[in-house]
Ligand binder design. Structure first.
Ligand code: DGJ
Length: 759
């Protein structure tokens, strides 16, 4: 049983396989947070909360004369509110009709549901009824009639607890929500650090680990989408914890819009974390009977470091966020023409790329930007989702048919949220572009954004894109969005509701995505936000993969993919092999390294094949067959970060089959050194008792004959799982700059029976 309720003492304990979460409604009807962490029993943990009279931390009226140790400013709470005695960061800030900013949320009951709740209009983890349970706790403000229902979804086997909130105004007067977070988590004690992922366009997901100090630390976005600058995901971990040891907590916000994740260490060394929609661009009016759902946060805890935490998140995203046919089918290996041609192409050129790609084993041709409207560069045409037949030299249907006749599937790039000033759509509907009447709206990449908060705009896009996709044999769509949003305003919202725009935009986008993905269940959709500008669990609910970054440099990708691996599975990371020297950095990287790095993702190509030598073409063919051979292992295996791109000479990661029968270790030398120290890999996820052989990727072995390889790579040499775990093996030295090795580890006979030899 995942939910244990002690009705007499009003204690709610949520149990997963390895974790426990507990809350208690106390004598004042405040819902206390009493525990989250390693699995324990369901006894009352509130007894461990230490209370003392704290000067300047006031007491609720009902208890203030009797007990000055009871203060909302120091008690760990489940959902805190602003204005009534808690001076820390809080989850809810409201404005009542009289202008006061106060809410006192008190326990008002609970109910339990079989299965996992879902959220109308918002992405959320889903599960079969027997896989999950839901607890709903009601909190109410007796003064205003405002209620918050706290939803907890428990996926017991996965060590996952999800949280979401539904706010309803049962009062007669309007209430404005000025801040409404999805979760609040208080730690009564502990010395914590937090890990977050910052970046910029073409350099997303940089890892950052900092001490949680006294004061407030925050990451977030006010850019309309989750953003390149900060990912809506954070880890709070015990000081001293690492990949394999120590307590850590993960929080993944299932939302693609503006967000804020804040941490505060307070006067009593207690830590509070709050995650939700960013309040800076948010206010929401609730009239009598109105309600608002706040997006979901996926939480997990690991007692054995961040490695296990990431694997929990990979699994829940792969199995309970991603949906549809492509969740479990092998995605086609694609070639995208963007870095091959940019805007300079015609139908013939594209068909030629597709033809040559087919010969190498590539399965899908994706036509990127520039095929529609008057789009010769990025300054015009967005919004006109009609083929530029003059440029293509044929209709889009004819082009798609030509390409499919070559035995390739056909895919297409779209940016349905974008609108250019120089477009027929803008000339017809200037009021559909986001902007404030009377002001000139800021341009970015020479474009604006359509007002997706409007139903008429959503309907138009659904209809236009449906007609387009219906008319061609299409198997893949890349859904791009190439700017952040400012000048936020919708002409259809009255002045008192403009603060609702940013969230309504995201709700509109989700509606469009839901309808289109439902209408076209066979199409593989890939999200893209000008690279990794909208790489979040919310988008993965509609599209199982997302283009990771506009940098395709394999060495830069090491840190981007390293960062992403903390919260997202390999199957979600859009990766391509591009040309060398790389277009973004000018760096030359061997083809084998580019292949190795792209294989830690969806894997595809983005270069002009006609420029490849025969030798390179043979290598591409080999890479494709290797990727296909190890597809299941790579996409569905358990991911281990062995060494980081920020340290040492070599970035190493491992993907192990959950059964422990095989694993793939990828090692990329990111820093060339003379006389380098050996790079040792301690392999995880194998069976101690079994014997394993190590195989280098064959193409590389053949290229470097006569090299002295470390023990384990000779034919017939066997290492036990225990030895590989404790002593590991040494990665062969780098021969070229940025050398990569892929090492396949395969079980053979049990070591004990064969005396160390594989027979
Ligand atoms: C940004 C994407 O990330 C690129 O891959 C490419 O599709 C361009 N947009 C096209 O404009």
């Amino acid at each position: 049983m995942a939910i244990i309720i002690d009705d007499e003492n009003r204690i709610f304990t949520l149990q997963t396989q390895n974790t426990t979460y507990q809350m208690k409604a106390d004598t004042q009807n405040v819902l206390l947070h009493t525990y989250y962490g390693e699995k324990t029993d369901h006894s009352d943990k509130s007894l461990l909360i230490y209370r003392a009279d704290r000067g300047f931390s006031g007491n609720p009226y009902e208890i203030g004369k009797r007990d000055r140790t009871y203060s909302l400013d120091s008690l760990p709470q489940e959902y805190s509110s602003f204005g009534t005695g808690d001076y820390r960061i809080t989850s809810l800030r409201v404005q009542n009709q009289d202008g006061s900013q106060a809410a006192e949320l008190r326990y008002a009951g609970y109910r339990v549901q079989k299965g996992k709740y879902d959220i109308p209009g918002l992405p959320a983890a889903y599960a079969q009824n027997e896989e999950a349970e839901t607890l709903i706790i009601r909190l109410a403000d007796a003064y205003s009639g405002l209620e918050a229902e706290l939803y907890y979804g428990i996926l017991e086997e996965m060590d996952i607890i999800t949280r979401a909130v539904k706010i309803t105004n049962y009062g007669k007067e309007d209430v404005i929500l000025n801040k409404a977070a999805s979760m609040n988590l208080d730690w009564e004690y502990g010395d914590f650090e937090w890990i977050s992922f910052y970046g910029r366009h073409s350099m997303e997901m940089n890892f950052q680990r900092e001490k949680i100090h006294h004061g407030i630390q925050a990451i977030g976005s006010v850019r309309g989408s989750s953003s390149h600058q900060y990912n809506p995901f954070a880890i709070v971990c015990e000081k001293g914890s690492n990949e394999t040891m120590g307590s850590c907590y993960g929080f993944s916000f299932v939302y693609s819009g503006e967000f804020l994740i804040e941490a505060e260490k307070d006067q009593l060394d207690r830590t509070r974390l709050i995650c939700g929609i960013h309040p800076d661009n948010f206010s929401w009016k609730l009239q009598n009977g109105d309600m608002l759902w706040l997006p979901e946060v996926i939480m997990t805890h690991s007692s054995s470091g961040t490695g296990k935490l990431s694997r929990n998140l990979h699994k829940v995203i792969r199995e309970h966020i991603c949906r549809g046919k492509w969740k479990n089918s092998r995605c086609p290996i694609l070639i995208n023409n963007w870095e091959a041609t940019y805007f300079k192409f015609n139908g013939e050129k594209l068909t030629e790329i597709a033809k040559q790609a087919k010969q190498l084993g590539i399965e899908l041709f994706a036509l990127d930007d520039g095929w529609f409207g008057n789009r010769e560069d990025d300054s015009s045409g967005l919004g006109d989702w009609f083929a530029n037949e003059k440029k293509l030299g044929c209709t889009l249907k004819e082009l798609a048919e030509r390409i499919t006749a070559e035995g390739m599937q056909f895919g297409i790039w779209l940016e349905p949220e974008g609108i250019s000033e120089d477009s027929d759509l803008y000339r017809r509907h200037p009021d559909w572009a986001v902007g404030i009447p009377g002001r000139k709206a800021c341009l970015s990449r020479c474009q604006w954004i359509l007002d997706f908060s409007r139903k008429d705009v959503q309907d138009y896009i659904i209809e236009r894109i449906s007609k387009l996709l219906d008319g061609i044999p299409v198997s893949y769509v890349k859904w791009d969005c190439n700017r952040a949003i400012c000048d936020k305003f919708s002409r259809l919202l009255d002045s008192g509701r403009q603060g609702e725009f940013a969230h309504r935009y995201v709700l509109g986008l989700y509606r469009v995505l839901e309808e289109l993905t439902e209408k076209f269940p066979e199409i593989l959709f890939e999200g893209c936000g000008g690279g990794g500008g909208r790489f979040d669990a919310g988008m993965l609910y509609y599209m199982p993969q997302s283009w990771g970054s506009d940098t395709t440099d394999a060495i830069e990708r090491l840190s981007i993919q390293y960062g992403a691996s903390f919260g997202y599975p390999v199957s979600a990371m859009g990766t391509h092999v591009s040309t060398s020297p790389n277009h973004q950095t000018g760096r030359a990287v061997p083809l084998s390294t580019r292949g190795c790095v792209a294989m830690a993702g969806t894997f595809g190509y983005e270069l002009d094949i006609s420029t490849l030598t025969q030798e390179e073409k043979a290598e591409v063919k080999e890479q494709i067959s290797r990727f296909k051979k190890y597809y299941e292992l790579i996409q569905y295996g358990e991911y281990y970060r062995i060494s980081s791109p920020y340290e040492g000479t070599c970035t190493v990661w491992e993907i192990a089959d959950p059964s422990g029968r095989e694993a793939m270790v990828s090692a990329v030398y990111h820093h060339a050194q003379a006389n380098p120290a050996p790079v040792r890999v301690k392999v995880q996820g194998l069976k101690d008792e079994a014997g394993y052989q190590l195989f280098l990727n064959e193409d590389l072995k053949e290229k470097y004959p006569g090299r002295r390889l470390p023990y384990g790579f000779g034919s017939g040499e066997v290492l036990s799982g225990a030895a590989l775990k404790q002593f590991g093996f040494v990665v062969p030295e780098a021969i070229n700059g940025f050398q990569a090795w892929q090492i396949h580890i395969k079980e053979c006979q049990p070591v004990i029976e064969t005396g160390g030899r594989c027979v």
